[in-house]
Write a protein that binds this ligand. Structure first.
Ligand SMILES: Cc1cc2nc3c(=O)[nH]c(=O)nc-3n(C[C@H](O)[C@H](O)[C@H](O)COP(=O)(O)OP(=O)(O)OC[C@H]3O[C@@H](n4cnc5c(N)ncnc54)[C@H](O)[C@@H]3O)c2cc1C
Length: 216
């Protein structure tokens, strides 16, 4: 493989496998090199922060396979580099390759938590149970539930020339007025009289507008 004649051989004096390149003993593979401990670590995290059964099983299998394959590539690469640069053995073994394999596990964890650990159904249930705590069972009588990544919000998102910090442009007094002879009201956090720019402001504004409409 890669122009090398690779072979393995049981070590005669200890519980390890000798890795031979072109007939020369370049490295030994012990139990700790098998990636099983990292796979267990990876799986423990995925299970601890599990999502739906399907996504947990699928991502778990995918991650185990990826770690296993990358570990085999690590052993191949480390053996070739040992052969070519024996003076860097220590740094390669103790620093570079652990960084790669642990780094991969870290990236898998982040990917899991950020993108897959909670399904849309799980998120909806979390939101509903939180809303239910404050507004009672009526919170479950909703008409529709949509999810959107803020940057994909075509109505309101536009790329800014300069960074726009939060709560800088919190609406204008004029939007608190009604328009067209009390036929148009604008409710939303940007028109709230208190806590503009926050969820609290959006809810207060909705309540204010609702009571104005009731008074008509
Ligand atoms: C990244 C981010 C993090 C935030 N974090 C927090 C937080 O931790 N705590 C907190 O209190 N607040 C937070 N906020 C602020 C909070 O989310 C907003 O203040 C709140 O959602 C505003 O509610 P709203 O109903 O006024 O407006 P929105 O939720 O923006 O609703 C307006 C709706 O109108 C729709 N719309 C717009 N134009 C049109 C059109 N022409 N036709 C049809 N529909 C249209 C939009 O699609 C949107 O669904 C955060 C905001 C962002 C962006």
């Amino acid at each position: 493989m890669l122009g090398y004649d690779a072979d393995i051989e049981q070590h005669s004096e200890e519980l390890s496998i000798k890795y031979l390149l072109n007939g020369e003993y370049v490295s030994r593979i012990i139990e700790g090199c098998s990636s099983v401990s990292i796979i267990i670590l990876f799986l423990s995290f995925i299970i601890a922060f599990s999502g739906s059964l399907k996504s947990t099983v699928l991502f778990g299998l995918f991650g185990c396979l990826l770690i296993y394959v990358v570990n085999i590539l690590r052993i191949i690469a480390i053996s070739i580099l040992y052969d070519k640069f024996p003076e860097y053995q220590e740094i390669l073994h103790s620093l570079v390759f652990p960084a790669i394999i642990y780094g991969l596990t870290f990236v898998l964890w982040i990917t899991w938590v950020k993108y897959f650990s909670i399904s849309k159904e799980d998120r909806l249930e979390m939101i509903l149970s939180q809303l239910e705590k404050y507004y009672g069972t009526a919170a479950r009588n909703y008409l529709d539930y949509q999810e959107l990544i803020w940057q994909n919000e075509t109505f309101t998102y536009a790329p800014y020339a300069d960074p726009l910090f939060p709560h800088q442009n919190n609406g204008h007094m004029v939007f608190r007025n009604s328009f067209f002879n009390q036929r148009l009201f604008i409710a939303g956090t940007e028109t709230a009289s208190s806590f503009p720019g926050y969820m609290e402001g959006a809810i207060r504004s909705a309540k204010e507008i609702a009571s104005k409409i009731q008074q008509i």
